[in-house]
Design a protein around this ligand. Structure first.
Ligand code: TRP
Length: 333
């Protein structure tokens, strides 16, 4: 890449991070940081308010997630780590953008329709304008690269359209953010996306490896039609939890297919396959857990990181918001 990218991504503080977040998102955040990009990683605490209504829990989650970020290898020198709400200019930008955003487009977004269907009694104004706030998150710092998961594509499309439309109407103001669909869907124990809904299907990144092993051995879903280890398995179509995760985390598996071939040939049984998977999870999690344990009591440090990150993010975002105000005719008297 000839110019440095501004990489930006956010995570909602609905709970503690699980292995799916780590593998699907945070691990990539670290790679972008190592490549010397300008990296901005924030905790979308305002977005969290669309579903979490417990103030203590929200405050706690934010601090724990920062510690997870740091333990994973993000650091305040290489990345700007901040809380969305510590940059009030983001909320201001969201309000300004909402003035030119047609409502119909927001109501047509699949994630919105989905949430309305699941919870018709909780359709707040904040839920409708969720993508506008998300656009402000992205456009405020002039992000050029936004790693997202599949479910966020419509929101990112909308942010791109908003940028395009604003630029056309008011003159070049926002960089057009590229999406980087690298955040793969990590399957949970039951084969559904890890961490989704009420299903107890996630792996806590701070569980001991023994507990993780036990959870996989007892609950990890494999090929249901493979009753004996001597039956040939179908890792690609019928194994919904174990094999798909091997493909993501087991070195060489995505290309070499060694485990898949052994499963199809019935050379390896499901128990052995699960054990190998957990061994590979351990290789990833052990260094993380060691670092994370050292940060366990460092809440003040985590707050300090957010404070400094917030100041840096503000300086950057403020510039954009001042330009937007000016273009729209808003004056600070
Ligand atoms: N909506 C995203 C999610 O639920 C979180 C998020 C908020 C985000 N603002 C963002 C992601 C800006 C990328 C860029 O996962």
């Amino acid at each position: 890449m000839d110019t440095i990218a501004t990489v930006l991504s956010g995570i909602r503080a609905t709970g503690r991070l699980h292995f799916g977040n780590y593998i699907g998102a945070v691990r990539h955040f670290v790679t972008h940081q190592q490549q010397g990009n300008r990296c901005m990683y924030f905790i979308a605490d305002l977005h969290t308010l669309t579903t979490l209504r417990n103030p203590e829990e929200l405050r706690g989650n934010v601090i724990e997630i920062v510690k997870d970020y740091l333990a994973a290898g993000l650091n305040p020198e290489g990345s700007i780590i901040y809380a969305q709400s510590s940059v009030p200019e983001i909320s201001e930008l969201s309000l300004l953008l909402s003035m030119v955003q047609p409502l119909g487009e927001l109501e047509r977004i699949p994630t919105f329709k989905d949430l309305v269907r699941k919870n018709p009694d909780n359709v707040t104004l904040g839920l409708v304008t969720y993508p506008v706030l998300m656009a402000a998150d992205i456009l405020g710092p002039q992000a050029t690269l936004v790693p997202v998961g599949e479910d966020q594509i419509p929101n990112l499309e909308l942010a791109r359209n908003m940028a395009r439309r604003f630029n056309e109407r008011f003159g070049q103001t926002f960089a057009l953010p590229e999406m980087l669909e690298e955040m793969v869907k990590v399957p949970g124990l039951d084969g559904e996306k890890m961490g989704k809904s009420e299903a107890d299907n996630a792996i806590d990144i701070n569980s001991s490896i023994e507990i993780i092993r036990k959870r996989y051995l007892e609950r990890g879903i494999t090929d249901p039609q493979r009753l004996r280890a001597s039956d040939p398995g179908d890792p690609y179509n019928r194994c919904r939890s174990i094999y798909p995760l091997h493909e993501i985390i087991t070195p060489g598996e995505a290309n070499g297919r060694e485990i898949a071939k052994a499963c199809i040939a019935a050379h390896i049984g499901c128990v052995e396959c699960k054990k190998r998977l957990v061994d590979n999870i351990a290789v990833i999690l052990e260094p993380f857990q060691e670092h994370r344990a050292a940060l366990a009591n460092q809440n003040d440090y985590a707050r300090e990181v957010l404070h400094e990150g917030g100041k840096r993010a503000r300086r950057i975002i403020k510039e954009t918001v001042e330009r937007v105000r000016d273009k729209m005719g808003i004056v600070m008297y």
